[in-house]
Design a protein around this ligand. Sequence first.
Ligand code: PHE
Length: 363
Amino acid sequence: MYTVPKLEDYSAQALDGAGNELIAALESESAAVDGESAAKAFRDRWMARKNGVLTQLNELWLKLAPVDAKREVGRRVNELKLRVEQTVESVQARPGAEPGRADRLDVTLPGIHHKLGTEHPITRTSNEIVGIFKAMGYSVAEGPEIESDYYNFESLNFPPNHPARDTQDTIFIAGQENKPQRERLLLRTHTSPVQMRTMESQPPPVRVVVPGKVHRHDTADASHSPLFHQVEGLAVDTNITFCDLKGTLDHAMKQLFGGSVKTRFYPSFFPFTEPSADVQISCFKCGGKGCRLCKMSGWIEVLGCGMVDPNVFEFVKHNGYDPKRISGFAFGMGVERIAMLKYGIDDIQLFFQGDVRFLEQFA
Ligand code: PHE
């Protein structure tokens, strides 16, 4: 094994020779290093403070050199030092030199398979609903999830302190008692505020669908979640009638659940529509005979809708929405509910848990 010799001759030629001998030893020893502990031993042999080869170079070559050779010996020792450091570094970077790494790279092992991502079933269902309305000429609008009381309630004909507000289980943002009520912020409880925002931003005619997240102060269980998704719709024009509403939603439900489903419009109440209806579809599982899915009724409730209440138009009358001249309909549906029906999912929480075994079924 190589040991650092004392130098007798300080000629350039002799220094070259001694340097080359050291480099040759460095190369052959580094080539023989195999595995984690050998790499560490190699480092120690060449670089240990106490008696490593580099330390010996200092002691035997530099310190003992005559005054007139010191400069040149110093320069060469520095070069060799750099070379040793680089070699030690590259040996330690080899696979197998680091603790825990395999000794060798086995190129015959199968590669790591990265699975492609896919649309979340909620995104997919939301896009599907939006697509059905796009095909009927609707455009897509969005609005903020943090909304003011004005857009979420007041302009939708929920008067302050009206009991209909309680049905929405609102999550309010704290510390706004000093603001007027209409400016106070909350997490929107439905996508309906975008009806008003759309009518403020454009005169009639309007045909829009609005997908988005909504929030309610509900305890999570198999059919409730404090966060869920809706798709809202709004159509305003001259001579829009309840017939248009029925035809539009009947078509949309057939697109969504299959051509054989029937729709039924059941009287309901929303402050911002008059008249209002809940839309039910005939049970696509039992064909209307009655089963567990439709709770033996033959019908499944899927969305809320109605003719836009004239009181709502009053808030945007200045922008062309004179309830004496125009009319419209609106609807809103829960995306989770529709996805659960379409795909036979019995627990809404599955959408939010991120379990790949659930999600990959939609790939
Ligand atoms: N915003 C209502 C809800 O969340 C649904 C709805 C939308 C009803 C539009 C009528 C018209 O319950």
